[in-house]
Design a protein around this ligand. Structure first.
Ligand code: ADP
Ligand code: MG
Length: 142
């Protein structure tokens, strides 16, 4: 297995509920290193650009409004097999269907307000990290 990086966003619901620290602690306990971290309040343009792949989905407007409702915490996670392991740690998109002990089961509210985002491929992880972090903010990979 290779050392990988993936993008985590702690969504407005979890930040509003004061669970951002709990999410990061949960991930550190599972062996992820937080190699870059910031709290931002997304503009319409930034939120729409980030979720551009979902533009045609019926929930796109609702998703963008939710992601802009209040600040989010954006983190670059690093670990062996980080992309797939973080997807597993998040659980299913719908918290009601997520396995016990996953972040979405622990902290999510419903299929839209599900506490965390995670990249779904290594290519997307690279692009999503570059979307939120300048090269100067993230240690180069060896
Ligand atoms: P995931 O975040 O698990 O990769 P998707 O990429 O399919 O899931 O969807 C992106 C985000 O859009 C979800 O995390 C969730 O916030 C929102 N979303 C997905 N499906 C729905 C839905 N049926 N209704 C409302 N929001 C949804
Ligand atoms: Mg997705």
């Amino acid at each position: 297995m290779a050392l990988e990086r993936t993008l985590c966003i702690i969504k407005p619901d979890a930040v509003e509920n004061k669970r951002a620290g709990a999410v990061l602690a949960h991930l550190e306990d599972k062996g992820f290193s937080v190699v870059a971290l910031k709290k931002i309040h997304m503009s319409q343009e930034v939120a729409e650009g980030f979720y551009a792949v979902h533009k045609a989905r019926p929930f796109f407007g609702e998703l963008v409004d939710f992601m802009r409702r209040s600040p989010v915490v954006v983190a670059v996670l690093e670990k062996e097999n980080a992309m797939a392991d973080y997807r597993a740690a998040m659980g299913a998109t719908d918290p009601a269907k997520a396995e016990a002990g996953t972040l979405r089961k622990l902290f999510g509210t419903n299929v839209g307000e599900n506490a965390v985002h995670g990249s779904d491929s290594l290519d997307n992880a690279k692009n999503e990290i570059a979307y939120f972090f300048a090269a100067s903010e993230v240690r180069p990979t060896a």
